[in-house]
Write a protein that binds this ligand. Structure first.
Ligand code: S3P
Length: 181
């Protein structure tokens, strides 16, 4: 069992900005390790029967953030899971602290320019429904950087394929597990 102080690292949490590839990478990692894959946005949408955009417009962002935090607490009791988180989830220090208790926290990183390239043709992210989405990306990323940088592992995704990033995540998790048993 991987231990680090009072941490019991049995899961993997992927954090990082929108468009960093958390969901796609998470699926491959879960597949390779025979872990269950949980995507916080997907779970919230399924439970509410509404899209994130609809939840933001009808219930508001604070209600969405509350659902995220409740889900983080719920997942803390699980083992052998990969959690792909929404981009804003680790900006709540309590969420990040909770994830760190049981998961190796890996941040998938990309520059604002790269993120824009990846998300510009997508419409499902309410925070980017903005007159100047590129500025919004730069501002949000700057505000979140201190949280993302608290990850155990920071992986630049810019020059790697999704599969290569997933491979790195699996590698880091195995290193962690073998180094601390
Ligand atoms: C958000 C990111 C989204 C989703 C919601 C808010 C954010 O998830 O949770 O639109 O605050 O960055 P992805 O990072 O999976 O796009």
């Amino acid at each position: 069992m991987a231990m680090q102080n009072d941490r019991r690292i049995v899961n993997i949490a992927l954090i990082g900005f929108m468009g960093a590839g958390k969901t796609s990478v998470g699926r491959i990692v879960a597949d390779q390790l025979h872990f269950e894959h949980h995507d916080t946005d997907e779970i919230i949408q399924a439970r509410m029967g509404r899209t994130i955009t609809e939840i933001f417009s009808t219930d508001g962002e604070p209600a969405f953030r509350k659902m995220e935090s409740e889900l983080v607490e719920e997942l803390a009791g699980r083992t052998r899971i990969v959690i792909a988180t929404g981009g804003g989830l680790p900006a709540n220090p309590q969420n990040l602290a909770s994830l760190k208790m049981h998961a190796l926290v890996v941040c998938l990183w990309a520059s604002p320019e790269k993120i824009w390239e990846r998300v510009k043709n997508q419409t499902h992210r309410p925070l980017l429904h903005d007159p100047d989405p590129q500025k919004k990306i730069r501002d949000l990323l700057a505000a979140r950087e201190p949280f993302y940088k608290q990850a155990d592992v920071l992986l630049n995704t810019e020059l790697r394929s999704v599969r290569e990033v997933a491979q790195q995540v699996v590698h880091q998790f195995r290193l962690e597990a073998s180094g601390r048993q």
